[in-house]
Design a protein around this ligand. Structure first.
Ligand code: PDD
Length: 280
């Protein structure tokens, strides 16, 4: 079946879409993106993804994108790709548009480039098995709260994890374990579920926020407070959370077993609740 994608107002065969070599996404990574998930054709937390997108566009001063039109576009992408009742991922990218290369914004302004695609999605990782992670120095810029397409440090970190036989890399800045290359990070220390507080150094992850809500529901003590690298050896459990991973127990960090090398009970319960919430 021909994959259909959306580009600047029209749906067309993905293979036929041409993006300009002057696109500022290509030249400067001058844009933002979102990854949203649909379960059985129903989007999970779509409003939250769009709110974060609006914040990112505002932070980068990219105007002219009709964010309010996106829910209908995403639904149409599911339909046109025969995913209307499937588990799917939508990828959206909005850049400042195409214009001769200048470090300042195009003057006069050009329309943004809006690209979106949908594909069937089945997670590769299994919460009953968990994943191994590594820690790595955070070399990213100081606006990690913006979901910018400038992901080179994330790519390098994730590749480093892969080369080490792990699935995710946890960024460490100033001795604090902040978040993964494409997911949030949690550790359970002295019975408290902990994750880094929101700041310019992490993405305001939607799965992170949902997981904290689920902790409240489950009666699990939880705190948004820095997790220091030196505390990891005493963590009883760790897990990642994100749109693609949902809640995913960590069974090893830097080659050392976590929770005895099997998914811990609280992470497992949060994974179960997360999946149930997504299907609800
Ligand atoms: N990544 N932290 C980072 C650095 C991320 O890139 C992501 C998401 C998350 C989790 O955010 P959310 O729960 O809103 O998906 C945390 C997406 C999935 C990606 O880059 O593919």
């Amino acid at each position: 079946m021909t994959a259909i994608a959306f580009h600047n107002g029209t749906f067309q065969a993905k293979a036929d879409i041409r993006i300009s070599p002057e696109d500022r996404g290509f030249l400067f990574a001058d844009g933002v993106y979102e990854v949203a998930r649909a379960y059985g054709g129903r989007f999970f937390e779509l409003d939250a993804h769009l709110a974060r997108l609006r914040d990112g566009l505002a932070a980068l001063m990219i105007g002219g994108a009709q964010v309010e039109a996106l829910p209908a576009i995403f639904a149409e992408l599911l339909t046109r790709n025969a995913l209307a009742t499937s588990d799917a991922l939508v990828y959206l990218q909005i850049t400042r548009g195409a214009a001769p290369r200048t470090h300042f914004f195009p003057d006069p302004a050009v329309p943004p480039t809006v690209y979106a695609e949908a594909r069937a999605f089945q997670p590769k990782a299994d919460p009953r098995k968990g994943i191994a992670v590594i820690t790595t120095p955070d070399t990213r810029w100081a606006r990690c709260d913006i979901k910018s397409v400038a992901l080179l440090p994330n790519v390098l970190a994730n590749q480093q994890a892969r080369a080490a036989g792990a699935t995710e890399a946890v960024f460490v800045r100033d001795g604090v374990a902040l978040e993964g290359s494409s997911s949030s990070f949690f550790a359970i220390v002295d019975g408290d579920v902990r994750t880094a507080p929101c700041s310019n150094y992490i993405l305001p992850s939607i799965s992170r926020r949902v997981t904290l809500e689920l902790c409240r529901e489950a009666g699990f003590p939880h705190r948004e407070t820095p997790i220091f690298l030196h505390e990891l050896p005493k963590a009883s459990e760790m897990f990642m959370a994100g749109t693609t991973l949902e809640v995913m127990p960590v069974v090893a960090v830097d080659g050392r077993p976590v929770a005895g090398g099997t998914p811990g009970p609280m992470a497992t319960e949060l994974a179960r609740r997360f999946h149930a919430r997504a299907l609800a």
